[in-house]
Design a protein. Structure first.
Ligand code: AMP
Length: 279
C-alpha cells in the first residue's frame, strides 16, 4: 500500500498499470473511514488487479461552511484500517492539486438534483459531480465503488458517467450498519453519547415501515415514519420520500411497477444523517 499526494505521480503509476493490462478499481472517500468504506475497498480489491482509494474532503460539495470545517479528519487511523485490506494506492491530494483553478462547471441532472438532498443542499451534487469527474479523469478506473447509503448520489453519478460518456462501470454496494441498525457514517463521530443512542430510532423506524407497507397507503406510511421519528426529542425529520429507485420520481401508489426506495434525512442536533430502505 503506497500513499500518493500528487496528481502527476498517481497518473504516472496508473498509466504503467494500464500498459501492463491491469484493471483499476477506485473507491472515492472523504476519509474518517469506517466499515462502510472498507466494504467498498474489499469489493474493489476482490474484483480488480489494482485498487486506488482516495481520501479527499471535497470543499465544493459542502453547501454549509460549518459542516466542512467540522468534518472529521482521521488520516492516521484511516491508513491503519486500509492496510488490512491491501489496496495498492491511497491518493491523498491537497485541495490545490484537485482545484488548481476554481471549477466553474455546472451540471444538469434534471429531477435527480431537484429532489431530496438536491433540493435541501443546493449545489451539493454539482460539487460531487465536479470532484468525481476530476478523480475519474485522474484515476481512469474500470470500476468505481459507491455505497447505497448515499442513494441519490449513486443515481447522480450514474447519470454523470452517461452524460460525459465515461467508460467507468459504477458499482453500487449495500449499506453497512452498526449493531443497533444505524447506517455507518463519518458524521456519526460528531454525535454526543445521547444523540448516538437515540439515532438508531431512524433505521428502526425504516425497518418497521417496510413491514407496515402491506397495511398502509404510501401517503399514510410517509406520515407514520415522520411522526414516529419526530416523537424522539433528539430527532427531527427533514424529509422522508418514497421514490422510483432510478428516476427518483415520487411514488404515489404501491401498485406502481418499479423498484421503490424510501429516503430519509434526519437532523440530530446540528448533524444531518441520511439513510434509506428498499420496499
Ligand atoms: P464519504 O466518505 O462519506 O464520501 O463516503 C465514501 C463512499 O462510502 C460513498 O460511496 C458512500 O456512499 C460510501 N459509504 C458511506 N457510508 C456507507 C455505509 N454505511 N455503507 C456503505 N457504503 C457507505
Amino acid at each position: 500500500m503506497e500513499t500518493v499526494k500528487l496528481v502527476a505521480d498517481i497518473k504516472a503509476k496508473i498509466s504503467k498499470f494500464k500498459d501492463e493490462g491491469k484493471t483499476i478499481g477506485f473507491v472515492p472517500t472523504m476519509g474518517a473511514l469506517h466499515k462502510g468504506h472498507l466494504s467498498l475497498t474489499e469489493a474493489s480489491v476482490k474484483n480488480n488487479d489494482i485498487t486506488v482509494v482516495s481520501i479527499f474532503v471535497n470543499p465544493t460539495q459542502f453547501n454549509n461552511p460549518n459542516d466542512l470545517s467540522t468534518y472529521p479528519r482521521t488520516l492516521e487511523a484511516d491508513l491503519e484500517q486500509l492496510s488490512h485490506y491491501n489496496p495498492d494506492l491511497i491518493f491523498i491530494p491537497e485541495v490545490s492539486e484537485i482545484y488548481p483553478e476554481p471549477d466553474t462547471r455546472k451540471f444538469d441532472f434534471g429531477l435527480l438534483d431537484r429532489v431530496m438532498e438536491g433540493k435541501n443542499r443546493p449545489g451539493h451534487f454539482n460539487g460531487v459531480a465536479q470532484v468525481v469527474s476530476k478523480l475519474f479523469d485522474i484515476v481512469n478506473p474500470d470500476n468505481a465503488y459507491f455505497g447505497q447509503k448515499d442513494f441519490q448520489q449513486v443515481a447522480v453519478i450514474k447519470q454523470m458517467t452517461q452524460d460525459l460518456k465515461l467508460n467507468v462501470n459504477i458499482v453500487s454496494c449495500p449499506i453497512i450498519r452498526e449493531k443497533d441498525g444505524l447506517a455507518m457514517s463519518s458524521r456519526n463521530l460528531l454525535l454526543s453519547e445521547e444523540q448516538r443512542k437515540n439515532a438508531c430510532k431512524i433505521s428502526e423506524t425504516l425497518f418497521k415501515a417496510r413491514n407496515l407497507a402491506a397495511e398502509l397507503s404510501v401517503h399514510e406510511l410517509k406520515d407514520w415514519v415522520i411522526k414516529e421519528i419526530n416523537k424522539n426529542s433528539y430527532l427531527s425529520v427533514e424529509y422522508f420520500e418514497i421514490v422510483n429507485d432510478t428516476s427518483l420520481e415520487e411514488i404515489k401508489d404501491w401498485k406502481e411497477l418499479n423498484n421503490k426506495v424510501g429516503c430519509i434525512t434526519v437532523q440530530v442536533g446540528k448533524i444531518r444523517l441520511i439513510d434509506n430502505i428498499t420496499f
